[in-house]
Design a protein around this ligand. Structure first.
Ligand SMILES: C[S@@+](CC[C@H](N)C(=O)[O-])C[C@H]1O[C@@H](n2cnc3c(N)ncnc32)[C@H](O)[C@@H]1O
Length: 250
């Protein structure tokens, strides 16, 4: 693509989610703090020779990052936000793809419709910000598991952080963040249990860095106060909630 002015003009016609660096000093104007999230999901910096599947890619920040990190093949998939009832379109993905001269492949397919027969199997599967949107979270993890040969990376909303026994909280209507597409938030024991039952031998919490500290009551208390101020959420709702990233290994 030609000059920066033309790129910015085209960028401004799109409703973005991700903040993707596309050229020196030019980042797509998404509401998502994508570079911070990259640190939180701990995407391997060296993906040389790996195949990567991004489930729920939206504007494709993580797909393009996997390509930057050396992946030999990346498949970005989405449906809800590309052509379904979701909050965006595929226009952002396509503009970044063109600007970066990317070889990332794409397929419009719903997360729950993914099978090894339809997409093949991949070394690394990204399941970021998708789990809590699914009515059947165990079914969603099974879908991701069945197309994953080595490493499944999951980033999700979590709840019940004070409970050591496996549990999952259901959010009726729009009771989680005023969004009626949010359904379920597991706790850590539930995530580990489900992933082990799906055949992963090792499951690690990679974010936050010291999970035992994150569960500690004073930390949850402070985080809840922050949620009340920044997101106008209730103390009772947020006290046991957070975001976490997991790496599950075959
Ligand atoms: C919060 S965005 C996360 C985007 C990206 N993976 C990330 O982590 O930045 C949720 C993504 O899940 C996709 N998705 C898949 N199935 C969905 C469903 N049933 N309801 C809502 N979103 C769904 C959306 O299209 C969207 O791309």
């Amino acid at each position: 693509m030609g000059d920066n002015e033309e790129l910015i003009r085209r960028m401004n016609e799109i409703k973005w989610f991700h903040s993707i660096p596309v050229r020196d000093g030019i980042v797509t104007p998404g509401q998502d703090n994508s570079m911070d999230k990259l640190g939180q999901v701990c995407l391997p910096e060296d993906l040389t020779g790996k195949t990567v599947l991004d489930i729920g890619a939206w504007d494709g920040f993580f797909s393009f990052q996997a390509e930057r990190n050396g992946a030999k093949r990346v498949l970005a998939t989405d449906h809800f936000c590309w052509s379904g009832p979701g909050w965006g379109t595929k226009a952002g993905f396509e503009l970044v793809h063109e600007t970066l001269n990317s070889k990332v492949e794409s397929l419009d397919i719903d997360a729950m419709a993914i099978t090894p027969e339809k997409v093949g199997k991949f070394d690394v599967v990204l399941f970021l910000g998708v789990l809590y949107h699914l009515q059947d979270p165990m079914g969603g993890l099974r879908v991701a598991s069945e197309v994953c040969d080595e490493l499944l990376i999951i980033e999700t909303h979590v709840d019940d952080l004070h409970r050591w026994k496996p549990s999952m909280v259901y959010f009726p209507g729009d009771s989680l963040n005023n969004d009626d597409t949010n359904y379920w938030a597991p706790n850590v024991a539930a995530m580990k249990g489900m992933l082990k039952d799906l055949g992963f031998s090792r499951v690690e919490v990679v974010y936050p860095k010291r999970p035992w500290l994150r569960y500690a009551w004073p930390v949850r208390f402070l985080s809840s106060i922050k949620g009340m101020i920044q997101r106008r959420e209730s103390f009772r709702q947020t006290i046991n909630q957070g975001r976490m990233s997991f790496h599950a290994y075959r």
